[in-house]
Design a binder for this molecule. Structure first.
Ligand SMILES: N[C@@H](CCC(=O)N[C@@H](CS)C(=O)NCC(=O)O)C(=O)O
Length: 206
C-alpha cells in the first residue's frame, strides 16, 4: 500500500499544523516539498486553488485545505487531539480558528509587503492585517494565561494551530515586533512546545 503524502512548502504555517497533527497521531506519511509560488509547481493539479498543504491518501485522493485535512486525520484517529464530544469539539475548533485567523492575516501581510512593489502597497490594508495579528495574539495570550496548553491541560489541534501561527509570525515579522517583548507568555509557550519532536522538526525553513 502507498504511504499517504503531504504536499507542502517548508514555510507554510497551514502545512505545519497538518504535519504536526500527523506526527502526533503517529501516522506513517511521506513529505513532498512543492513551493506553490514556483512556475513549475504541481500543486494546481491536486488543488485548483494552487495552495499547500494537500494530503494525498493511499488511494490517491487529494484532500485540502489544512482545516479539512486536520479533521480527516482526527476522524480517522479517534479525535485524540480534539474531542468526540460535539460541545468540547466546538470549543477547541473556536480556539483553533483564532490562530488560523492570525495565520490568514500574516499571509496577507506577507503577500502585500513581499510580493508587491513598494509603490503599490496599501498602508490601510497593511494596518488592518497587523491589527488582526495583534488582536488575535493578545486574545490567545489572555486565554492561555499561565497554562501549558490552550485547552484542558493537554495538547489539542488548537495548540498546533497556535504553534504554527507563532512560528510563522517569528519567521516573517521579527523586524516588526519581537514576540519575546510584545507577547512574552506566548513566546515562553512556544519555547516550551519546542521540546516536542513534532514541533522541533517542523520549524519553518526559508
Ligand atoms: N485555507 C488554506 C490556506 C493555504 C494557503 O494559503 N497556503 C499558502 C502557503 S502558506 C499557499 O499555498 N499560497 C499560494 C497561493 O495563494 O497561491 C489552508 O488552510 O490550507
Amino acid at each position: 500500500m502507498n504511504k499517504p503524502k503531504l504536499i507542502l512548502s517548508l514555510t507554510s504555517p497551514y502545512a505545519r499544523r497538518v504535519r504536526m497533527t500527523a506526527l502526533e497521531n503517529k501516522i506513517d506519511f511521506e513529505v513532498v516539498v512543492d513551493v506553490p509560488w514556483n512556475e513549475d509547481t504541481g500543486v494546481i493539479k491536486l488543488n485548483p486553488m494552487g495552495k499547500v498543504p494537500v494530503w494525498v491518501t493511499s488511494d490517491g485522493e487529494a484532500i485540502y485545505d489544512s482545516r479539512v485535512i486536520v479533521e480527516y486525520l482526527e476522524i480517522n484517529n479517534g479525535y485524540k487531539l480534539s474531542s468526540a464530544d460535539p460541545q468540547v469539539y466546538i470549543k477547541i475548533k473556536k480556539l483553533e480558528a483564532l490562530s488560523e485567523g492570525v495565520m490568514d492575516a500574516s499571509l496577507c501581510l506577507f503577500a502585500e509587503r513581499r510580493k508587491r512593489p513598494l509603490e503599490l502597497q496599501h498602508p490601510w490594508w497593511i494596518d488592518r492585517q497587523f491589527g488582526k495579528v495583534h488582536r488575535g495574539l493578545s486574545q490567545l495570550q489572555d486565554l492561555l494565561g499561565n497554562n501549558l496548553y490552550l485547552f484542558d491541560n493537554r495538547l489539542t489541534v488548537a495548540d498546533l494551530a497556535l504553534i504554527s501561527a507563532l512560528g510563522y509570525v517569528q519567521l516573517r515579522f521579527s523586524e516588526d515586533f519581537l514576540l519575546s517583548q510584545k507577547y512574552p507568555s506566548l513566546f515562553a509557550y512556544y519555547q516550551n512546545q519546542m521540546q516536542k519532536d513534532s514541533v522541533k522538526s517542523t520549524v519553518p525553513i526559508v
